[in-house]
Design a protein around this ligand. Structure first.
Ligand code: PHE
Length: 463
């Protein structure tokens, strides 16, 4: 294990770690992406496959990532450096840092909208809409304004930076401990409001009554991609958070808790959104605009809609904030550990850099709409490269590294520290993890990857 030159921070408690890591996992992926992906992919049957992906691939890879971090107590690059001499593996850590930057840059753009929408909701503008398309027109006019969109990006990034600046314990852990419980309560309030609306049962049927005819090979792969993004896997966020854990903490039970929290929040968000979308007769397959285009219409038609609209966008903002903190922490940890920068210098410079990189993404919705690289706007391109390529590739390589290079025997010994009773040698749980990480995860992720770059389409076209 690497010697530490400077004392490194650790979480104050296991709960602190679980809430911070759940904060990273629960984000726009759960509340913004999950409902629209479910809506566009047929509902319940998709959810069942998604849940299988989370259990069979998500959990084993999450365990591997958190374990790598806790074992080496270092950032993604430092982790690979201390476990392998090969430059190739060091660059896998480096790819995580780069992915962190890129994701943060476009993530903060959408997160900025959630902040802006708190203001819109508080101003009561949704109540001026006379027909459903007005919500879309309003959304387009806001995102079409370069000053608004860059302004919101700026505000969001400054808030993220100020929390990460305060450090692991005083910033991230404390912030997550305050924000996550608020988020849970708000989401449950919005869900209860949704299911008590007349006609909401159609939404529940859509979510929980599977129609298997809607499932194709691509659906399975979309479900896997979503499982990956939502658990913050494949770029070292969970590894970095794991690196602030003590050897006494239980990696197995913590990871289980993170998966359960993340999955339940996605489901509750799905129930909250679909019960109200169906109650009002809006289109569940609306796509990425689902939240911003349809929900304002839902709020104007529900009792207490004014308060619920503000609550909802606060909740979206908090969820995005705790995820963005983890993205910034990955890059910060690298510059602090490896290049010996102070935390302050790292956060200020790297945060500003990500903000700068976010500007062309923000302008993709207005001034730069026609500026396309590979047929995609800057925003879509950065989203595509990370979501479809870098995260699955990272997850694939991490499972290969732990199962085949570092070695499962060593990994299991490490994993048992703090989890003696849950993960005793030779137990079925240990064996299951070994099999999943060695075979299931790499093979399945590899398939997602081939699908992302279009290879599977090419193959199916041949037949
Ligand atoms: N898991 C976050 C979400 O669901 C996104 C994220 C991905 C955060 C990768 C960190 C790393 O919104």
């Amino acid at each position: 294990m690497a010697a530490q030159d400077s004392p490194r921070e650790q979480w104050g408690s296991k709960l602190g770690f679980v809430l911070a890591a759940a904060g990273s996992a629960i984000g726009l992926g759960n509340i913004w992406a999950f409902p629209y992906v479910v809506g566009s992919n047929g509902g319940a049957a998709f959810i069942i496959i998604y849940l299988l992906c989370v259990a069979v691939i998500g959990l084993p890879v999450l365990l591997a990532e958190v374990l790598l971090g806790r074992t080496t107590q270092r950032n993604p690059v430092g982790t690979f450096k201390s476990l392998s001499k090969s430059k190739f593996w060091h660059s896998v850590g480096g790819m995580g840092i780069v992915a962190g930057f890129i994701i943060l840059s476009f993530y903060a753009v959408v997160a900025g909208w959630s902040f802006g929408y708190i203001i819109e909701a508080a101003r009561g503008v949704f109540f001026d809409f006379s027909n459903p398309s007005d919500a879309q027109i309003h959304f387009d006019s806001l995102t079409g304004n370069p000053l608004w969109i860059v302004g919101m990006l700026f505000v969001f990034m400054v808030i993220t930076m100020s929390i990460v600046l305060s450090g692991v314990r005083k910033g991230i852990e404390k912030g997550s401990k305050i924000m996550m419980p608020i988020l849970f309560v708000l989401l449950i309030a919005v869900m209860v409001r949704g299911i008590t609306m007349e006609g909401s049962s159609e939404g529940l049927k859509f979510l929980f009554y599977p129609d298997w005819s809607k499932i194709s090979g691509t659906t399975v792969l979309v479900a896997l991609g979503q499982a990956f993004f939502t658990l913050s896997l494949g770029m070292g966020a969970m590894l970095t958070y794991g690196s602030y854990m003590s050897k006494k903490d239980n990696v197995v039970s913590s990871s289980l808790e993170i998966v359960v929290l993340d999955t339940s929040i996605a489901l509750v968000a799905g129930v909250a959104i679909f019960s109200s979308v169906f109650a009002i007769g809006l289109d569940p397959a609306e796509g990425p605009g689902l939240i911003f285009h349809t929900l304002p219409n839902v709020f104007t038609r529900m009792a207490g809609g004014y308060i619920f609209s503000i609550l909802f966008f606060i909740l979206l903002f908090l969820a995005a904030l705790t995820s963005a903190m983890s993205l910034l922490e990955v890059v910060t940890a690298y510059f602090v550990d490896e290049l010996k920068w102070s935390r302050k210098k790292a956060v200020l410079i790297l945060g500003s850099f990500a903000l700068f990189l976010g500007i062309p993404s923000a302008l993709s919705f207005n001034l730069l709409t026609d500026f396309k690289l590979f047929g995609l706007t800057f925003f879509d391109l950065t989203f595509y490269i990370t979501f479809n390529i870098m995260l699955p590739l990272g997850g694939f390589l991490i499972s290969i590294f732990v199962a085949w290079i570092w070695g499962l025997d060593k990994a299991v010994v490490e994993l048992q520290k703090g989890a003696e009773s849950l993960f005793e040698k030779g137990s079925w749980r240990v064996n299951l993890w070994r099999i999943f990480l060695k075979f299931f995860a790499p093979v399945l992720i590899f398939l997602v990857l081939l699908n992302s770059i279009g290879v599977l389409d090419m193959i199916t076209d041949l037949f």
